[in-house]
Design a binder for this molecule. Structure first.
Ligand SMILES: NC(=O)c1ccc[n+]([C@@H]2O[C@H](COP(=O)([O-])OP(=O)(O)OC[C@H]3O[C@@H](n4cnc5c(N)ncnc54)[C@H](O)[C@@H]3O)[C@@H](O)[C@H]2O)c1
Ligand SMILES: [Zn+2]
Length: 353
């Protein structure tokens, strides 16, 4: 079993092991304060893994109940959280009891937000089952929901009591969602690890996925430890996201996935920065090639002006300037502050790759 400890105002361990799902009860018992556990999961994941998790929790002495919501981003809204509060209250959950988030990023974000707010905060465990959730969303304590004005606009920072990662669960993930998670993996290589990036180029990620998960989680852990509330280094994790989020928005969040949009955003920014003499030549092509290798697109038909205007309206763009994340070279990233009025001109230096 691989173990990483995240130091924060509420520290927690991340445990990675194939088959950890069937021994999760004892591990959760070790950090829980009460004896009730509620599994929160979605309608795809619960039928596959809910039984294993429930029986392990029961064997460890928990009284177990479950709350299952319809799978998909469309569920990530306040009305779903209200239903979770109802389930928790109807089952007599107190502050000492624990929520077990079993699923992808939607489940983790929502169960985490319910945990952060029910009775002003109860404990929760992350058991991420999608690649995106295993390498990204389950670590870092961001929880929340979407509202009609935008994604993730309501939320809280709330640390889990533990994160339990079972790479075996990826076997049932659809290839599209595997690729989606790969965009974030490629992002980690770009911003922090040239050696990870080279492995993605040379090897088949699926064959070395346990090592990849460990490396990505280590990178995210280090970054969030140094910058828990996103005032500095954590911004590097937004590489590809400034334009990516805007592309997703332009599509109305249907017809393009988050990973696809982020991949396109990484290529656009890097190509522009290369032509501006900032990023080492050849990087944009390398990123595009590795995206293609993992079945992700590298360009999009959305007009650039629409993409940059959308990016300027993002919640992360404040005042008259915007922070963008650029590479010096693969594995070496930094943030640059641009005047909002300069973003379009800067990005228009990029080429389609
Ligand atoms: N909190 C953060 O720091 C953070 C970071 C990145 C993304 N996010 C959020 O994460 C969400 C996206 O995460 P996601 O892509 O995991 O979405 P998701 O939770 O909707 O999962 C994707 C799909 O895969 C299915 N699934 C998950 N695991 C499975 C498995 N093992 N077998 C079969 N099917 C499985 C789900 O039912 C769903 O249909 C977005 O809402 C995004 O905003 C949060
Ligand atoms: Zn992302």
């Amino acid at each position: 079993m691989k173990k990483l400890s995240v130091k924060s105002n509420r520290s927690y361990d991340i445990l990675i092991e194939r088959g950890i799902l069937s021994s999760c009860g004892e591990l959760i018992k070790a950090v829980a304060r009460g004896n009730k556990a509620m599994i929160i999961s979605d309608s795809n994941v619960y039928p596959i893994y809910g039984g294993t998790v429930a029986s392990s929790l029961e064997s460890a002495g928990f009284a177990v109940c479950s709350h299952v919501f319809p799978a998909g981003e469309a569920s990530k809204q306040l009305s779903s959280i209200a239903k979770m509060y109802d389930s928790l209250a109807e089952n007599g959950f107190s502050r000492k009891d624990i929520i077990v988030a079993l699923g992808g990023g939607v489940t983790g974000d929502m169960a985490g937000f319910a945990a952060a707010t029910y009775q002003r905060g109860i404990d929760f465990i992350q058991i991420p089952t999608s690649l995106l959730a295993q390498v990204d969303s389950s670590v870092g304590a961001k929880t929340g929901v979407d509202i009609k004005q935008g994604k993730n606009l309501v939320g809280a920072f709330w640390q889990p009591s533990a994160v339990l990662i079972d790479p075996n669960t990826l076997k049932t993930l659809t290839p599209e969602f595997f690729s989606d998670g790969m965009a974030e993996v490629i992002k980690y290589g770009c911003i922090k690890s040239a050696s990870l990036f080279e492995r993605l180029e040379k090897e088949n990620a699926a064959d070395i996925i346990d090592e990849i998960i460990l490396e990505c989680v280590s990178i995210k852990k280090d970054v969030v430890e140094r910058d828990e509330h996103e005032s500095g280094e954590r911004m590097l994790l937004n590489f590809g996201h400034t334009l990516g989020h805007s592309i997703e928005k332009a599509y109305g969040y249907t017809g393009i996935t988050h990973g696809q949009a982020v991949g396109i955003g990484m290529v656009m920014m890097t190509s522009a920065a290369q032509n501006a003499g900032i990023t080492e030549k050849g990087c944009a092509k390398r990123i595009a090639d590795v995206l293609k290798k993992y079945s992700l697109p590298t360009c999009d038909k959305t007009p650039l002006k629409l993409i940059t205007d959308g990016a300027l309206g993002d919640k992360k763009a404040s005042g008259d300037s915007i922070n963008i994340v650029l590479l010096n070279k693969i594995g070496d990233s930094f943030t640059k502050r641009l005047k909002k009025s300069e973003l379009y001109d800067f990005c228009s230096k990029g080429e389609i790759i």
